[in-house]
Design a protein around this ligand. Structure first.
Ligand code: GDP
Ligand code: MG
Length: 214
């Protein structure tokens, strides 16, 4: 297991943005449609099958679940978007909360967008990725459930998604993944570690002198 997730611990669940931990340090959110495998992904990355509650019934994660990585870094498992069977009122509440979280959370540095490799880049995914790109938020796409496809089809889908991302969100990166079979998790961990390291060095560097090098 990667160093980054070694000390991962469940911190809290929030029904509302106001219940989240203080907006400081750095946070990465796991987003994606219901049932894409967000919770299973967190379990795979941490090596703990009970870390995030997974469910065979889509739309169950109706809370923002926050996990502490130590060192003022956190991972947030967002409620899935696009689940049709949730009552309209609850759906609206969650869409509002996710929107608010994404637009207002200062410590949010990047998104892991989990998709079912058999149904990549649905409308919600496209909107989210385009928005993240326009707002300077990093994103990394996981084409999850790769165990469901043969290797030829996996490669073909990866190429097609890479091409489409050029148009939607050129700053986004993408990889194939299987949360269930633990395939590709080193690449995820490396990407997220880079994001944290990049941000840490950006924040640590004092602004350039207005007179240039003295
Ligand atoms: N075959 C396969 N099934 C997966 C994978 N990841 C998640 N699942 C299944 O997809 C369903 C939804 O997973 P979950 O993590 O709860 O999705 P979430 O709603 O996005 O959090 C569960 O039945 C998981 O076992 C994967 O990599 N391969
Ligand atoms: Mg979930």
């Amino acid at each position: 297991m990667s160093q980054l997730f070694k000390n991962c611990q469940y911190l809290t669940s929030a029904h509302k943005i106001s219940q989240l931990p203080p907006d400081e340090g750095m946070e990465i959110a796991i987003a994606g449609r219901s049932n894409a495998g967000k919770s299973t992904t967190l379990n795979s990355l941490t090596g703990d099958k009970r870390m995030a509650k997974t469910s065979k019934t889509p739309g169950r994660t109706q809370l923002l679940n926050v996990f502490d990585l130590g060192d003022n870094k956190r991972i947030v498992d967002l409620p899935g978007y696009g689940y049709a069977k949730v009552p309209e009122k609850i759906k609206r509440h969650w869409q509002q909360e996710i929107n608010r979280y994404l637009t207002e959370r200062e410590s949010l540095i990047g998104l892991v967008v989990v998709m079912d490799i058999r149904h990549p880049l649905r409308e919600f995914d496209r909107n989210l990725l385009a928005w993240a790109h326009e707002n300077g938020l990093k994103s990394h796409v996981l084409l999850n459930k790769a165990d469901k496809l043969k290797s030829g089809k996996i490669k073909q889908t990866l190429m097609a998604v890479k091409r489409d991302l050029q148009a939607i969100a050129p700053s986004a990166s993408v990889q194939t993944f299987s949360a269930l079979r633990n395939i590709g998790k080193e690449e995820v961990a490396r990407t997220l570690q880079h994001w944290f390291d990049d941000m840490t060095s950006t924040m640590a560097t004092p602004p350039d002198s207005p007179l240039g090098k003295l």
